[in-house]
Design a protein around this ligand. Structure first.
Ligand code: PMP
Length: 400
């Protein structure tokens, strides 16, 4: 554990004279030194614009950037040219909405989302629905914090063109029954997009084994830098989709009156990409693979069970995260206290959690809440940190 924590110097800082206890990993993970070093190494040694370069630095930067694409393809079980670098999950969903949705959805169609989605996988679709007039059906959420899939065959039907859902809920940590949802989608020949923003750092993902068509995730949630992410799509689908951004790099030939587009994946990567952070993401994925996602999951599951067990013992606690099929997150409130106040009181003790609606207003409305407190774990957290968090909560409860 020491060797893991030493990779994350920020974990040794103090906040309000207390050792930092970082329990906001679902919002963003901390970065290991190998990631910070890879970014610094790029700017120190081979900073250059990539592709078309006729010089040493451009060639080496291009090679490293393209190597990360290949590395990520093997990480998720896709092909290199199916990996599109974006700025993160939000941009990936917008790409899908603009490039696929705008081209293929008509007013006669239906798409399926869930009531538990992050706004990033809701707002783009609602905005497009306003323009095109297709119908959005929602997989309902139960007050237990799980999706109700008992009527899946009435929600995902032959009219459904796309099912777009998160693998794991950011607000509650619920692991959704994606296998059943994908199976019903395939029965109806509907495409499936999986928002893996909260899954890619916890669960090993194989797009072919899952049988999905599109996938999105953000680098900063998997120990990589901010400002970069991935959109993956099946080759035949990507080929049929329109470009998302237009400009340099994404073209084959430009005339004053017509344009032909570049091949995959470049058709979707207009302009100068975020080379340094793509390299940082590559370093993060290598770091994760060296430790092993199975090992990471085991540590996180143990920490999560311990946290769920201990937090239940706190007076006046209300827990929203389901005991079964959940990971890394506990979402809760203290009777009679505003989540923001709990967050502030914990911060005074050096403990970082997140409070609010977690970009899931429909989910909160369903629970009749304005917001919750959310503590979220990473494998670099410890039982001792959980003990300190629980002790802090118990002392706060006495004040409210
Ligand atoms: N979907 C889910 C499930 C998320 O947790 C997040 C980030 N909280 C997003 C989408 C959006 O990710 P980003 O802000 O990195 O674009």
């Amino acid at each position: 554990m020491d060797s893991i924590r030493n990779q994350f110097p920020i974990l040794a800082t103090t906040v309000n004279k207390n050792p930092l206890i970082y329990l906001d990993n679902a919002a963003s993970t901390q970065k290991p030194l190998v990631v910070v070093d890879s970014i610094s190494e790029y700017y120190r040694n081979y900073n250059s614009n990539i592709h078309r370069g006729a010089h040493y630095l451009a060639n080496i930067a291009t090679e490293k950037y393209e190597n990360v694409r290949t590395q990520l393809a093997s990480f998720i079980g896709g092909q290199s040219h199916e990996i599109i670098f974006t700025s993160g999950t939000t941009q990936s969903v917008n790409l899908l909405m603009q490039s696929w949705g705008r081209k293929f959805l008509t007013s006669a169609d239906e798409i399926v989302l869930s009531e538990m989605e992050h706004h990033a996988n809701l707002v783009p679709w609602i905005a497009l629905q306003d323009e095109i007039g297709f119908k959005i059906n929602y997989i309902p959420m139960m007050t237990s914090g799980q999706l109700d899939i008992s009527s899946l065959d009435q929600i995902i039907t032959l009219k459904t063109k796309l099912v777009s859902i998160a693998y794991i809920s950011n607000a509650l940590g619920t692991i959704h029954p994606v296998a059943q949802i994908i199976a019903q989608s395939k029965l109806c020949s509907a495409l499936v997009h999986l928002d893996c923003a909260q899954a890619i750092q916890h669960i090993s993902i194989d797009v072919r084994a899952l049988g999905i068509d599109f996938l999105s995730f953000s680098s900063h949630k998997i120990y990589g830098p901010m400002g970069v992410g991935v959109f993956w799509g099946k080759e035949d689908l990507l080929k049929e989709m329109n470009p998302y951004l237009y400009g340099g790099e994404m073209i084959k030939e430009v005339f004053l009156d017509k344009v032909t587009f570049n091949e995959l994946p470049y058709k979707f990567e207009a302009g100068t990409p975020n080379v340094a952070d793509v390299l940082g993401l590559g370093a993060a994925v290598k770091y994760i693979e060296d430790i092993g996602l199975q090992n990471i999951k085991q540590i996180e599951d143990e920490l999560h069970s311990y946290l769920m067990l201990e937090i239940e013992k706190v007076d006046k606690i209300i827990i929203y995260t389901p005991k079964e099929n959940s990971t890394a997150v506990v979402s809760f409130n203290i009777e009679g206290a505003h989540p923001y106040d709990i967050g502030q009181l914990l911060d005074a003790k050096g403990i970082a959690i997140r409070t609010g609606h977690h970009c899931c207003q429909p989910l909160m409305r369903k629970l009749g809440l304005e917001g919750t407190c959310r503590a979220s774990l990473s494998f670099y957290n410890t039982k001792e940190e959980i003990d300190s968090f629980i002790a802090a909560l118990k002392s706060i409860v006495k004040l409210v």
